[in-house]
Design a binder for this molecule. Structure first.
Ligand SMILES: *[C@@H]1O[C@H](CO)[C@@H](O)[C@H](O)[C@H]1NC(C)=O
Ligand SMILES: *[C@@H]1O[C@H](CO)[C@@H](O)[C@H](O)[C@H]1NC(C)=O
Ligand SMILES: [Zn+2]
Ligand SMILES: [Zn+2]
Length: 424
């Protein structure tokens, strides 16, 4: 690895003393110091030995996808790599998760999150490292997220004496629908963590680009299931059709168009004299989600009465904890943007728009200053342009060293900046 310890210490102490002179937390270290740091980290991550290891790690996870809360082999692979790196870690966290630590052991604590779970999908891409488990696939890039975070840990381990605080690496179970983040937080392993960062691959962005926005980024989401019970004569089917129309009007008539809301009915099934239906609801604010769920409950419970039917609704809060909105802290967003511009060039850091997708990263953003950035994987030649959750999803592995280096740089810059604030 092309790391130059002596030079790096000089650069960083320069960076520290200069940021120490600035009054606010928003202070940005001088461009040339960050420039050195990001160039060195990217060169280390792109070193063939390093990037081959990243690729092997990602492929090995890709071949053996595991669903939410079943990520035992995945976490075993993670623990094995952490042991080789000599990083302390806690396991199991929230059943299958792993939380590793590196640095002084003292505050400030800064965390990264990588999800470990795959999706219940049959991979339709024919390639050498295709999923070996029928009906399971890493179609949301979580295999790459794990590899990139292990990569960041390895880069930071080589520079651990430069860390002005502690970095926590959260390998989280069950992002897909089962609120793994909520369960990780319940275990208290992130007590004292003041800020957190995550990357998510995105096939809409070309490889080499990243994007995010300050403030609300991803929607709050919940699910519902309902049963409409009729008395024969197909009255339940008629009632269900009015319910579905009512649910659709809810969004088109009542919602503030500037505050995105979605209600979609994803299945309808007639069983004897009753109809089961279910769907999802989303809103760009967590309050909006609760308002929507109240209105959905009213429509589902009251509309069928008109048709002489009864109905019950279940939001399955216990198994399907609603996800809050993912909101990016302004300073954390600026940190990602600044480090990204330095590493990838200004033209490759984009401002994204709000998106109705949801992620359990929102649970962390309720507790600490967070930022969630998209990182591009699109390459037309390779065919890596299918959306997340598609059985054709394919990843441009050139993203792996970028994601590893970017996260390592963000940790170093953030901790230096925090320490300069504490000292000023
Ligand atoms: C986990 O590892 C064991 C032992 O190597 C193997 O038999 C099993 O098939 C693996 N399970 C998954 C889901 O990869
Ligand atoms: C796409 O990937 C191919 C193969 O890795 C590479 O040669 C090419 O430069 C990439 N294209 C872009 C636009 O990055
Ligand atoms: Zn997903
Ligand atoms: Zn995902």
């Amino acid at each position: 690895m092309a790391s130059l310890p002596v030079m790096t210490v000089l650069i960083l102490s320069g960076l520290l003393s200069l940021t120490g002179l600035r009054p606010s937390r928003a202070s940005t270290p001088p461009e040339n110091s960050i420039g050195h740091l990001t160039r060195e980290l990217l060169a280390s991550a792109r070193d063939p030995t390093f990037s081959d290891w990243l690729k092997r790690t990602r492929r090995s996870i890709h071949e053996r996808p595991e669903l939410a809360f079943q990520e035992l082999n995945t976490s075993q692979l993670i623990r094995r790599e952490l042991a080789i790196l000599g990083l302390e870690h806690s396991w199991p966290v929230a059943r299958t998760g792993v939380v590793a630590s590196l640095g002084t052991g003292l505050k400030p604590f800064f965390a990264f999150r990588a999800e470990m779970d795959a999706l219940p999908l049959q991979e339709l891409v024919d390639w050498e490292h295709k999923s070996k488990h029928d009906g399971k696939m890493h179609a949301c890039g979580h295999d790459a997220h794990v590899a990139m975070l292990l990569g960041a840990a390895k880069l930071l381990q080589e520079r651990k004496h430069e860390l002005k605080g502690t970095v926590k690496f959260v390998f989280q179970p069950a992002e897909e629908g089962q609120a793994g983040a909520y369960h990780v937080l319940q275990e208290g392993v992130l007590e004292g963590v003041s800020a957190m960062f995550t990357l998510h691959v995105d096939a809409k962005l070309p490889t080499g680009a990243i994007a995010s926005r300050p403030g609300p980024l991803l929607a709050a989401s919940a699910r519902f299931m309902a049963r409409i019970q009729g008395k024969g004569d197909g009255d339940a089917i008629l009632a269900a059709s009015f319910v579905i129309q009512g649910l659709q009007l809810l969004v088109s008539r009542e919602a503030d168009p500037l505050e995105g809301r979605v209600v979609s009915v994803t299945f309808v099934k007639a069983v004897g004299d009753s109809v089961d239906l279910g769907g999802t609801l989303r809103s760009m604010t967590t309050e909006g989600l609760f308002y929507l769920s109240e209105r959905i409950k009213e429509i589902i419970e009251l509309q069928p009465v008109v048709h002489g039917c009864t109905a019950e609704i279940d939001f399955m809060y216990k198994d399907r904890i609603p996800y809050p909105t993912t909101v990016n802290d302004e300073q954390m967003y600026m940190l990602g943007k600044m480090v990204g511009e330095s590493m990838l060039g200004e033209a490759n850091v984009h401002l994204s728009s709000m998106c109705m997708a949801a992620d359990d990263f929102g649970f962390y953003s309720q507790k600490m200053a967070t930022a969630d950035f998209s990182i591009g994987i699109r390459n037309e030649t390779l065919g890596s342009f299918h959306p997340l959750h598609s059985p054709h999803f394919f990843l441009d592995e050139q993203v792996l060293p970028l994601g590893a280096a970017l996260q390592a740089a963000i940790a170093i810059v953030h901790l230096n900046d925090q320490v300069s604030v504490l000292q000023s």
